[in-house]
Design a protein around this ligand. Structure first.
Ligand code: HEC
Ligand code: HEC
Ligand code: HEC
Length: 420
């Protein structure tokens, strides 16, 4: 049979039957990571009530099951499409951009149609999420109309005909459904992505220290927030420059590659979203990321005293597993399974423009992602950093960020203090 690719290859052909449409919607909802924000850890699927923390306060996600009263059961498809792509609810309320409609605006009609069909097929759950807790004046939804005027450009993904179908598929997944920029792009003071610095590494608030219980990520009882930095995803030396496309794809599919392992909030993205993508789709994402213009590299520290102080801490506390060369020890090659570790040379997370995630992993440890079980053991931060003061950890970070070809800026003690 002859297959015809629609829409410059960014779109597979439209599903034929209602069941196939729902199945397509389930896949697209996974690619959009709706679960991470709309399902509480012990809650009903898609019933909402997940607290999203922003510098402006806490916003609770909505119930998107087809319950007519508390969910979106009474919403028509055009109303749903307007919410997803313009951030306006059925009753005309403006939605907060903590819900990434700024990215979802690029989703095609066909994909919105499938996601709608999938959500309609879910079990309706009667549940009303708690009221938002926002600082004045951010509780006024009418202000969002102004925000949209300033920062939001609605519009579908426009395929680039000069690029391959695979590249366009990757760009679509990253920019539209995957909303990678929500974390990986720097934001301005009003929480809008700075487009000129797309995917060059952002900072946002998230929980620390969740743990894996029976293969499921389980947050600690009390929510504890810290700044996290998401890596520079461009192929720069301080980003994914050292990664092959296969390594990027493997990381997205399994939470680890020969280059790194997800240890923080990225674990949730992997478990709920990227690990569920087909091999073709994670490779398409890798292809697209590898084609981005590389961000300019930072200037690593040349302060010999600080680097030497950091090297001493590294040698005594870290080099046993990560090796003096920073190259780490793959699980398969380790004589002692307790002494394996990913490489620190070429890690994009370690070199993120803001060092928050690097400091978090040293203070609180790494939390292996549910899907990377067995790749690396969990690294306990408490044991590693116990007794070290802010200045010592800052020197350690400065050393890591300026060694083995890593090219990221120095870290000061105040940055460590902020993460305590
Ligand atoms: C990063 C977190 C996040 C992700 C990912 C996310 N949402 Fe949401 N969503 C929210 C928040 C927060 C709200 C509530 C916004 C508000 O109250 O202004 C919301 C609101 C909505 C609404 C409006 C419902 C109403 O009653 O007002 C719809 C529809 C919706 N989301 C659908 C989706 C779909 C479909 C996906 C996946 C493709 C998704 N969301 C992914 C955070 C998220
Ligand atoms: C909720 C925020 C968030 C979203 C959404 C997100 N990331 Fe991440 N990402 C992070 C954080 C934080 C890290 C740092 C490591 C960690 O948390 O494990 C990271 C790390 C990474 C790394 C590895 C860097 C390293 O050296 O370890 C890659 C690759 C990556 N993300 C790709 C993506 C792609 C592709 C998408 C979109 C499909 C995406 N991320 C969406 C927060 C996010
Ligand atoms: C007992 C072995 C061991 C020791 C000692 C150790 N680590 Fe690790 N480290 C690991 C393992 C295993 C991982 C991967 C864990 C995961 O992601 O689930 C890891 C992950 C990391 C990461 C994340 C890298 C990435 O991009 O995925 C950083 C950064 C890191 N370690 C820094 C350090 C520092 C700094 C020290 C010393 C203070 C240290 N480690 C000591 C085993 C160790």
């Amino acid at each position: 049979m002859l297959m015809v690719m629609a829409g410059a290859g960014a779109q597979p052909a439209a599903p034929a039957s209602p069941a196939a449409l729902i199945e397509a919607g389930r896949y697209l909802a996974a690619a959009g990571d709706c679960v991470s924000c709309h399902t509480q850890p012990d809650g009903q699927p898609f019933a909402g009530g997940v607290a999203i923390d922003t510098p402006f306060g806490v916003i609770f996600s909505a119930n998107i099951t087809p319950d007519p009263g508390s969910g979106i059961g009474s919403w028509s498809e055009p109303q749903f499409a307007r919410a997803l792509r313009e951030g306006i609810a059925a009753d005309g309320r403006h939605l907060y951009p903590a819900f990434p409609y700024t990215a979802y605006s690029k989703i095609t009609d066909q994909d919105v149609h499938a996601i709608y069909a999938y959500l309609r097929s879910l079990k309706p759950v009667r549940y009303t999420p708690p009221a938002n807790r926002l600082l004045f004046p951010f509780g006024l939804r009418s202000l969002l109309a102004v925000w949209n005027l300033l920062f939001f450009e609605a519009g579908r993904y426009a395929p680039d005909d000069s690029k391959s179908a695979q590249w366009n598929r990757g760009a679509y997944l990253v920019q539209a459904l995957g909303h990678c920029g929500a974390c990986h792009t720097p934001h301005n003071a009003l929480g809008a992505e700075r487009h000129a610095e797309m995917l060059r590494g952002g900072v946002y608030l998230d929980e620390i220290a969740d743990e894996v219980v029976d293969g499921v990520l389980t947050p600690l009882d009390e929510r504890t927030l810290r700044a996290w930095s998401a890596a520079n995803l461009t192929p720069a030396p301080g980003g994914l420059g050292a990664w092959s496309r296969d390594q990027i794809a493997a990381y997205l599919k399994t939470g680890h590659s020969a280059r790194a392992a997800a240890f923080g909030p990225m674990s949730k993205v992997v478990v709920n979203s990227t690990s569920l993508l087909t091999d073709a789709d994670v490779h398409a994402i890798a292809d697209y990321l590898a084609s981005l213009p590389p961000a300019a590299s930072a200037t690593p520290s040349t302060d010999a005293d600080r680097r030497r102080a950091g090297e001493i801490v590294y040698t005594t506390r870290c080099a046993d597993c990560h090796l003096p060369t920073g190259l780490g020890v793959p699980r398969s090659a380790a004589a002692d399974p307790g002494k394996t570790a990913p490489p620190l040379a070429g890690s994009a997370a370690l070199q993120a423009p803001d060092p928050a995630s690097l400091i978090n992993v040293i203070l609180y440890g790494a939390h292996e992602s549910g899907s990377s079980q067995g790749a690396w053991p969990k690294m306990s931060g408490f044991e590693l950093s116990v007794g070290l003061d802010d200045a010592q950890i800052a020197d350690l970070c400065t050393y890591l960020r300026s060694s083995w070809g890593n090219r990221a800026g120095a870290v000061d003690a105040a940055a460590v203090a902020r993460q305590r």
